[in-house]
Design a protein around this ligand. Structure first.
Ligand code: NAI
Ligand code: 15L
Length: 269
């Protein structure tokens, strides 16, 4: 596959989309932006819902690749997750198939494997082939998205890198995030590697910085050419002083998904 230049960025109005809008053009990409919400200062952005198949088909026409961030990014009712994340991601892949787009970078999440016990002490890092153990309907939609990506590769030859993102924000805001944080700069480095690595088929990677307290194995991301430069440890003294170290007896601290496993933000559904 030739190096992609024109890239559709879905979810471009969101937190990660805003960060990537700022960082990815430096790698030479010409970004086409899409979100269900208008984007201030971006008059050419496409305002469209993932439910709008015609708009999606026009949005992907002529692009070399898609970075798919759009969707509900936290727990919500199954009906909402179904529409935005499950049907919406299917609609995006169908549009890509119809328009001959060869590669997708899919924003999966650590919550696809959220019920995996977190490593403690000398436990090995969590491998990328850990079975899906979604911690929410949200995490379930990311497990589905990864399977959908595998299906579109096997059946239709569309390549995907599914990035199980940890927490990509300007700074980590909890002791858990010291293990799963991905700095925005490392996020852009990882998305760039996912867009340009040759012959990825469907590859699943964890998305985080080179954190001292890292929980998962980054080797499949490094195999794409990703070289993380940041480490959350610079924030550790402050966060640990405020919140204390993770407590193995605290159910909120027992799994990769943290409080998503124990206290969904939305309940009952
Ligand atoms: P966000 O909630 O800030 O942004 C999501 C964007 O998607 C919003 O601008 C929203 O308007 C748009 N959107 C939602 N439903 C849509 C629909 N039906 N059609 C078109 N656009 C729609 O979330 P954030 O943090 O920017 O995350 C981006 C992606 O990365 C999400 O898929 C999220 O699940 C994933 N992710 C993010 C992590 C993070 O640390 N920020 C961690 C793990 C995964
Ligand atoms: C996610 O998947 C969410 O989209 C993000 O907002 C964070 O909550 C992140 O996971 C996390 O696990 O910290």
């Amino acid at each position: 596959m030739p190096a992609p230049r024109t890239v559709l960025l879905t979810g471009a109005a969101g937190g990660l989309g805003t960060l990537m809008r700022g960082l990815l053009p430096a790698y030479g990409y010409d970004l086409r932006l899409l979100d269900v919400r208008p984007i201030e200062g971006e008059p050419d952005a496409i305002t469209a819902d993932l439910a709008d198949k015609k708009a999606l088909r026009e949005a992907v026409r002529g692009v070399d690749a898609v970075v798919h961030l759009a969707g509900i990014s936290l727990e919500a009712s199954f009906d909402k997750i179904l529409r935005a994340n499950i049907e919406g991601t299917y609609n995006l892949y169908e549009a890509a198939r119809e328009e001959g787009v060869g590669r997708v970078v899919f924003a999966s999440s650590n919550h696809a494997v959220g019920f995996t016990p977190r490593p403690v002490g000398d436990d090995p890092l969590i491998a990328v082939d850990a079975p899906h153990r979604p911690d929410t309907f949200y995490g379930l939609s990311k497990s589905f998205g990864e399977d959908l990506a595998q299906f579109y590769w096997d059946k239709h030859g569309i390549e995907t890198v599914s990035v199980r993102i940890g927490s990509c924000f300007l700074e980590p805001s909890s002791v858990r995030m010291l293990s799963v944080w991905m700095s925005p700069g490392d996020g852009a480095r990882l998305f760039h590697a996912a867009l340009t690595a040759p012959a990825v088929g469907h590859t699943v990677v964890y998305g985080s910085s080179a954190n001292t307290r890292l929980w998962w194995d980054l080797s499949s991301a490094r195999a794409l050419g990703y070289e993380p430069r940041d480490d959350s440890e610079q924030y550790a003294d402050k966060l640990v002083a405020e919140q204390g170290e993770l407590d193995p007896a605290n159910p909120d601290h027992a799994h990769l998904g943290g409080h998503f496993c124990t206290n969904p933000p939305v309940w009952p559904y």
